[in-house]
Unconditional design. Structure first.
Length: 307
């Protein structure tokens, strides 16, 4: 990277998001929070380490999926009580659910500034979600599909505007990114666009590879006249190489033990991973963004809260 490139992005803080649990179990990495209290503890420690945004899934006490409004409300309330992190919770993405059913875990809490979300997470395409067994190289399943057709994307974007939530638009590959660009141009989405580029490790072939080259294939597609704040993560893969690519190009990073166990790093906790990203950011002259800086960078509307 040239000195000119370093100078042009050095004053822009890096938004570091955390992906604390997804649907990941605690074997072999025990640092996966499931309960609202555990998620809150990780949120607080992650903010202390340099994070400014959190993505999470509702889980039962034994690690099962929990899409209930009660659980999501408890998680949000706990995170709000101990941190200032911006919230990008998962929707209730159950196969066959309508848009309103997908929103059912968040809408009951939306009118209260203490329990409302900041983002509406929208997956901007369809994918075969079957994983590959790392030992055998064979698919573990052969029929798991994730359906987000254009109508669903449009309905969720409409609901985000109605609810005054910033769309957090996820893209696994360039076809999803092209859909995002087309929605932005044809529908006049609020700018900047927040685009989460989800890369994939060897076990998750639905997404671009978890590498600098995998991210570049996405970033190089972005039109220069469209303000976009990219956030790179990697599911079932180490995101740190792509994180450095994103940081040096002015983008942001999401990382967490929920995405990848990081056996190669000794099974670290999510706050430990945040510190690694913060160190990379500082090497490029960029500081980790505070939650308030992240709010301004990502164009998130502020709502008064009582603490």
């Amino acid at each position: 990277m040239t000195t000119e490139t370093r100078t042009s992005v050095a004053d822009k803080p890096v938004v570091i998001g955390v992906q604390v649990n997804e649907n990941t179990m605690r074997t072999p990495n025990p640092h996966i929070p499931w309960t609202p209290e555990e998620i809150g503890d990780i949120a607080q420690a992650s903010q202390d380490a340099g994070a400014s945004l959190i993505h999470f899934h509702g889980r039962t006490a034994d690690g099962g999926a929990d899409h209930s409004a009660e659980t999501y409300g408890a998680i949000i309330e706990r995170i709000r009580a101990v941190s200032e992190l911006l919230l990008a919770p998962s929707l209730a993405n159950v196969p066959g659910h309508t848009v309103e059913q997908r929103l059912s875990n968040l809408l009951p809490h939306h009118q209260d500034p203490n329990t409302r979300s900041d983002f509406l997470v929208i997956d901007m395409g369809c994918a075969a979600m079957d994983l590959i067994d790392s030992a055998s190289g064979r698919y573990v399943t052969d029929s798991k599909t994730y359906l987000n057709d254009t109508r669903t994307q449009t309905e969720l974007l409409d609901r985000a505007a109605e609810l005054e939530l910033t769309p957090y638009m996820a893209s696994f590959n360039v076809s999803w990114t092209r859909a995002i660009v087309n929605h932005a141009r044809s529908r006049g989405l609020a700018l900047p666009l927040v685009v989460a580029f989800v890369l994939g490790g060897d076990e998750f072939p639905a997404a671009h590879p978890a590498s600098a080259a995998g991210l570049r294939a996405q970033l190089d597609l972005l039109p220069p006249d469209l303000p976009i704040e990219p956030i790179v993560s990697a599911y079932r893969g180490n995101v740190l190489e792509a994180a450095e690519e994103s940081i040096k190009r002015g983008g942001h990073v999401a990382i967490g033990a929920g995405d990848h166990h990081y056996a190669e790093l000794g099974y670290p906790s999510t706050p430990e991973l945040v510190r690694r990203v913060a160190d990379i950011a500082r090497r490029y002259g960029r500081a980790p963004a505070t939650p308030e800086q992240a709010r301004r960078i990502l164009g998130v509307k502020a709502h008064a809260r009582s603490r």
